[in-house]
Design a protein around this ligand. Structure first.
Ligand code: FMN
Length: 235
């Protein structure tokens, strides 16, 4: 369908451009030190806030950190990671569905191979998971929070918000890594960012410009084909 103000040429080009931007997103885990101006992050958030939400409830809150506040948070998180004293967070059920489990295993194989880390080397794996808390050297770190009383549909809204932000970033040549790793260290985050008592951490995110020479940025995580997760009826 053609929208008002679009020419025929636009209606051909726009899907190709939008698709290319979406397909170009990948999780980046090695960033250049190039700064990202506050105005650019505000622009990304301004796009992200157009994401849909159940009854337009817009359950998202965001902390954007650069410079000294980012450094202070990273330092505290790394200390907490190294102390290893907080209970492990449960991102997944004890037993993953088989298809999810095999994809998770494949992710681990690709990830550690790209980094040259022997998977039996727990210390090296621990150091690498600590890189999450340096936002993989990205100049901007984001922490996303939600009211803890909200339930799964609001968390689904949140996913749409985060994906919209990541795509807006990609359209501007920026890269991201969404990170659930921060959740375990919520008490540290809550204290440093002075989160209100009713707020919980959804995830964090690294934001910046990808290091083009880092193999870890080229994992090329595969996806199941449409036919593997879709049932069409009535066509
Ligand atoms: C909610 C969420 C949490 C994630 N948490 C982490 C994380 O803590 N650390 C990390 O390195 N990658 C994290 N990822 C990135 C996933 O590993 C990545 O999206 C997946 O392997 C697919 O690869 P791609 O994003 O490059 O397409 C997370 C992704 C999502 C959506």
């Amino acid at each position: 369908m053609q929208h008002a103000g679009m020419t025929n040429a636009d209606s051909i080009a726009v899907p190709a451009i939008v698709d290319a931007v979406i397909r170009s997103r990948r999780s980046v885990r090695a960033f250049l030190p190039t700064a990202v101006p506050r105005a650019v992050v505000e622009e990304l958030l301004d796009v992200a806030r157009t994401a849909p939400s159940n009854s337009n409830t817009q359950p998202w809150f965001v902390h954007v950190l650069a410079g000294e506040p980012r450094r202070r948070l990273c330092e505290a998180l790394l200390r907490s990671h190294e102390a290893d004293a907080l209970p492990p967070s449960t991102h997944f059920p004890a037993e993953l569905p088989a298809d999810c489990a095999s994809r998770q295993a494949e992710f681990g194989v690709r990830y550690y191979a790209a980094l040259g880390i022997d998977r039996a080397d727990a210390a090296a794996r621990g150091r690498q998971s600590g890189r999450n808390f340096a936002f993989f050297d990205a100049p901007v770190g984001l922490i996303f929070t939600i009211d803890r009383s909200l339930t799964r549909h609001s968390w689904a809204d949140f996913g749409m918000f985060v994906q919209t932000l990541m795509i807006a970033a990609r359209a501007r040549g920026l890269d991201t890594c969404p990170q659930v790793s921060f959740v375990r260290h919520e008490p540290v985050i809550a204290q440093l960012l002075q989160l209100p008592p009713g707020r919980t951490v959804v995830c964090g995110m690294s934001l910046g410009y990808a290091d083009p020479d880092a193999a870890v940025n080229e994992l090329g995580m595969p996806r199941a084909a449409v036919g593997e997760f879709t049932v069409f009826r009535g066509f």
